[in-house]
Design a protein around this ligand. Structure first.
Ligand SMILES: [Zn+2]
Length: 255
């Protein structure tokens, strides 16, 4: 049973108890408000923290002792080519969770991903701010549209899906199940999209490294391309090896 179902059961049971207590004159009315606010707060946290596996199971970490996986979201984008060059020089295979509409605009980069041995995952078609407010059917259509785009360019159909913003809810859960995708999270969020200082960003990632880590980065960020060589070299010096996220998790990459 998902935490969401357990929280719902506890919420309804608490409401019943508090209502009875209120009508019996044992507690004040605002206890009901507190229960509702706590419930809503837990739902928001469950939506934000993909690692809670609150609404659906996501794969957030591998179990292999010295293997770690680099994952890049939002491309193909401005830094994709530069990042691919670094990965090639360092002989590292990574995963790219692609936004479908960007793939349409840069098929040559999608081909490079595939030809250079990287995994292509699905990161929705539009990645709009409203993604999580859509129906599960619309979400599923976005996932399918991106899969078809990738298939047209490379011949492979992704099975790994990373929810936009890492936000999940019951409709995301339904869309993932409807499209038979695996939901992929992370356990190291670099916040490279907000980072200004290269050393701080590097240190933030390197200081937290443990075996089995899935590291979230973005191939839309210049700072990410700039630290990548150092990140790889330093991680190797610490004894880590790089694997593709599908290998780290023992999942099939493609349908
Ligand atoms: Zn994204």
């Amino acid at each position: 049973m998902r935490p969401f179902s357990i929280v719902n059961i506890v919420f309804v049971a608490s409401l019943v108890v508090i209502d009875l207590a209120y009508f019996a004159g044992v507690v004040e009315w605002w206890w009901i408000l507190i229960i509702v606010l706590v419930y809503l707060h837990i739902l928001v946290l469950g939506a934000i923290y993909i690692r809670w596996n609150f609404f659906l199971k996501s794969y957030n970490k591998g179990s292999k002792s010295n293997l770690i996986a680099l994952t890049f979201d939002d491309g193909p984008s401005t830094e994709t080519a530069r990042i691919l060059d670094v990965l090639m020089r360092q002989n590292v295979q990574a995963a790219f969770f692609s936004i479908g509409k960007n793939a349409v605009n840069h098929p040559e980069l999608v081909k490079r991903w595939h030809n250079e041995g990287h995994l292509i995952g699905n990161h929705s078609y539009n990645h709009g701010f409203n993604f999580d407010w859509q129906s599960s059917k619309t979400m599923a259509n976005e996932i399918t549209q991106t899969n078809e785009t990738i298939k047209k360019i490379t011949g492979v159909i992704p099975k790994l899906f990373r929810p936009p913003y890492g936000v999940t809810n019951p409709n995301v859960a339904k869309a993932v199940s409807r499209t038979s995708m695996y939901s992929i999270g992370w356990n190291i969020r670099s916040f490279d999209t907000k980072a200004k200082d290269k050393d701080a960003l590097l240190e933030k990632i390197l200081s937290r490294l443990k075996g089995g880590d899935i590291i979230l980065l973005h191939d839309s960020m210049a700072i990410t391309a700039e630290i990548l060589t150092e990140l790889i070299v330093n991680a190797r010096q610490k004894g880590f090896n790089f694997a593709r996220v599908d290998q780290l998790l023992d999942l099939e990459a493609y349908a």
